[in-house]
Design a protein around this ligand. Sequence first.
Ligand code: CA
Length: 222
Amino acid sequence: MIYCVEDEENIRELIVYTLEATGFEAEGFPDAGGLWAALRRGLPELIILDIMLPGEDGYAILRELKSDPSWREIPVIMVTAMGTEYDKVRGLEAGADDYITKPFGMMEFVARVKAVLRRCSPSPGEKELRLGDLCVNVSRRSVTWKEQPIELTRREFQLLQYLLENQGLVMSRDQLLCQIWGYDFAGETRTVDVHIRTLRQKLGEAGNLIETVRGVGYRIRE
Ligand code: CA
């Protein structure tokens, strides 16, 4: 079950419709009141949360969610019409798992929902990410390509893990900075390029899996 809080009726209906068409169960609410009532009935796998809402805004709702032990673990994707770096950072800093800027395409939206669910699903035993001959063991922090070990620094490992967990999605440099370095470095996007370069070098043949999307960022193809 996915809950969506969005006051604009047509966006809310489109989101619920798209999620249901993709095979999820979804329920939409125009404001915080509906969400609180629903949370008392049952916990969702994910909450889609608009920022600009009548009454309690998205940030206030997020704060409440994160301060309650029984709700804290529910992943949240913030939806923002504002799309400034400040808003993104503020949402991520407050504990959102991802943000998406309006207007957005439904394909991208669904890809992000799936990525957040993949990232947040509890992993029994060892967590491994695989793509062809590339194997990343998250529990052991080890990487192999065609069974051969590859040594990475902590940042390079996090970068590779994050790209793999978001397979198929383009991650902007700013997003990578926020997620991996923390927002303090915002603006220092060259840091990302330098790490991608060394990561590609160390991965050798597997380095080709990381695709540069000109003017935007990086992605690993699905
Ligand atoms: Ca709104």
